[in-house]
Ligand binder design. Structure first.
Ligand code: M6R
Length: 609
């Protein structure tokens, strides 16, 4: 999703802007641009497509100046084009924006009536014109003008701006989209992502919801929604912001798949000691009465992790669990009730719908606790929740989530075990046994990564197909949803995940000899029933790829391809299914030659609803 950078440096900022945009490429974008201000003149360069195109243009028309803004755009209003790319300019103001200005039609009409000429189809273009009018109305009092502009906006925004006549100030505002400030030896910065500031800033300041202000070399002026000055300290740039390379792997996604054993080891070291599981940033889980109900809300892959955890929690803790997609939950007037714990799950912690669910939940039931399972400890979701269970997956750059998903499953297993022990549903010995099971997954995953011959054979079955069906039962039903999502995200093949028992109610009509059916069939979850479903699809000529921990069973030998996984228990089995699902999608995508790390149309962090 869109990335913002603003820089005020001790010398020319063009390279700093470009470097920051490059570090935000992983977020997904389809055009980019920068604008600098030099001796009262704007230098704007924009290009559709990847940053390479922008760099080429900049070689012809440089962008001189010690102050500037840059943007990678993920199109919402209007196609990716030079005109629609940010920054957007009026005579006096240049602005970059993330989010959506919902009342832009009305503002555009008003501004047109006052003589403004628009050149793009974007909602953002109203902003520079609006600010310019506010400046004129307020005799050049820019603080008053900036505040008046914000007062007219509906929707979500993170904004950075430079203004002719103020060559030493970066203007910014945040409502609904993340934004932070940075300070380093060669300048000060505004960015939508801490990763953008790696190598530029050594300290950061998070702009909170509704805040706005201006940043100069001498310091920051920060105000809240009501215009009251806010004092906040700078804090060190989080270590996780230092952008990681591909480490010799051909793609970030492959590197991140390979990091999973280390991530799991890190999680177990952080949270499980001698049979005791402890979450220090979510102390209320240990101290307050157990919740009577748990609501888990997330999007995409994070939602799939929550679906698997529902099986664990309901079976062991025996507390009702509701799981929903954030964009649905926030608009369906949910009945929340007392003693309900909200668990939000998010790799980025900036997903707009998930964040809004958290805020809505807190508004409606301020006495209920909220817990974030999140990979970015400095994110809005993590900071606004009562408790945090950090995923410790490290920066995830590939758009397709892999290691963060496995990390979510791992912490959800520990969360279930800890609460189940508190509830008396599991003994200390039970918990230790399951933790040992999770520890064995580390070695299981290492073995899976060391030998992918099974997955290579299965990949070849996708050479001439148009889609795939994934089937599973119990905790592996959501794994089927996730396997299908991974495949479609990066290979662009249509794929469906289904509960194996539900197949007869419709999708069985799809089955013929051209459809690969990936059946997730570990011994833990109603294997006899999964085997019946397997026979049903085989009888209709499907090409079956089995993910199986009993590969020598007669029924397993009949599959066209078998991917063997180590045997696990009720908690650890889904973790052992992650690598085959991710690797299969990865290898199929590579076979088709897609852009694995930045698949078309997708954004890493979905900061607009
Ligand atoms: O950062 P989040 O976990 O909140 O993101 C949620 C989804 O956007 C994300 O999981 C998405 O589905 C990924 N592309 C999956 O690979």
């Amino acid at each position: 999703m869109c990335g913002i950078i603003g820089a005020l440096g001790t010398h020319a900022v063009q390279d700093a802007l470009l470097g920051a945009l490059q570090r935000m490429e992983y977020r997904g974008y389809d055009s980019a641009g920068i604008c600098t201000l030099d001796v009262d003149r704007f230098h704007q360069v924009k290009a559709p497509g990847k940053l390479k195109a922008l760099r080429e243009k900049l070689r012809e028309h440089g962008a001189p100046g010690r102050i500037g803004i840059g943007h990678t755009r993920w199109a919402t209003h209007g196609e990716p084009s030079v005109d629609n790319a940010h920054p957007h300019l009026s005579e006096q103001v240049a602005i970059v924006h993330n989010g959506i200005i919902e009342n832009h039609h009305r503002l555009r009409k008003q501004l047109r009536e006052r003589g403004c000429i628009f050149t793009s189809q974007t909602d953002t273009e109203v902003l520079p014109h609006l600010l310019q009018h506010k400046l004129a109305e307020r005799d050049g009092n820019i603080l008053a003008a900036w505040r008046a502009m914000l007062g007219e906006l509906e929707g979500a925004y993170a904004i950075a701006a430079i203004v002719r006549g103020w060559p030493e100030a970066l203007w910014f505002a945040r409502k609904g989209s993340p934004l932070l400030l940075g300070r380093g030896p060669e300048g000060v910065y505004v960015a939508s992502d801490a990763l953008a500031l790696a190598g530029l800033a050594d300290s950061v300041m998070y702009v909170e919801e509704g805040e706005w202000g201006c940043l100069g070399a001498a310091g920051v002026e920060l105000y809240d929604l009501n215009g009251h000055a806010v004092q906040r300290d700078w804090e060190p740039l989080p270590m996780t912001a230092h952008s990681a390379g591909k480490g010799g792997f051909s793609h970030y996604m492959l590197k991140e798949i390979h990091e999973q054993p280390a991530v799991l080891r890190r999680i177990l070291r952080a949270y499980a000691h001698d049979g005791t599981i402890r979450f220090d940033k979510a102390r209320f889980l240990h101290e307050q009465p157990l919740p009577e109900r748990i609501v888990m809300v997330a999007c995409g892959t994070s939602y799939h992790a929550a679906l698997t955890a529902r099986y664990w929690i309901e079976r062991y803790l025996q507390v009702p669990v509701e799981v929903d997609i954030a964009s649905e939950y926030r608009y369906r007037n949910p009945v929340i009730g007392a003693n309900t714990l909200l668990v939000t799950l998010s790799q980025s912690g900036e997903t707009a719908d998930t964040l809004e669910v958290l805020r809505m939940f807190k508004r409606q039931t301020p006495d209920n606790p909220t817990l974030a399972l999140c990979n970015v400890a400095s994110s809005s979701l993590a900071r606004e929740s009562d408790g945090l269970i950090e995923l410790f997956a490290g920066p995830e750059i590939g758009v397709a989530s892999t290691k963060a998903y496995m990390a979510q499953l791992a912490v959800l297993a520990l969360f279930t075990l800890m609460l189940s022990k508190r509830a008396g549903a599991l003994s200390g010995e039970d918990v230790s046994r399951h933790v040992r099971g999770l520890e064995r997954v580390v070695h299981g995953m290492e073995a899976q990564l060391a030998d992918t011959a099974d997955i290579d054979r299965a990949t070849r079955l996708f050479a001439d197909v148009h889609g795939a069906l994934y089937l599973g039962r119990g905790p592996c039903f959501p794994m089927a949803l996730e396997g299908a999502l991974k495949l479609k995200e990066i290979s662009y093949l249509h794929a469906e995940g289904y509960a194996a028992g539900e197949m007869k109610h419709g999708p069985i009509a799809l089955i013929d000899s051209t459809l690969p059916v990936i059946v997730i069939a570990p011994h833990e979850y109603q294997l006899d029933k999964v085997v019946s479903n397997l026979h049903e699809v085989q009888a209709r000529g499907a090409r079956v790829i089995l993910i199986v921990d009993t590969p020598d069973a007669d029924w397993a030998r009949e599959a066209e391809a078998r991917i063997t996984i180590p045997q696990g228990d009720y908690f650890s089995t889904p973790l052992l299914v992650c690598i085959p699902l991710q690797m299969l999608a990865y290898k199929v995508a590579c076979m088709f030659g897609t852009d694995v790390d930045q698949p078309r149309n997708l954004a890493k962090s979905v900061t607009v609803e």
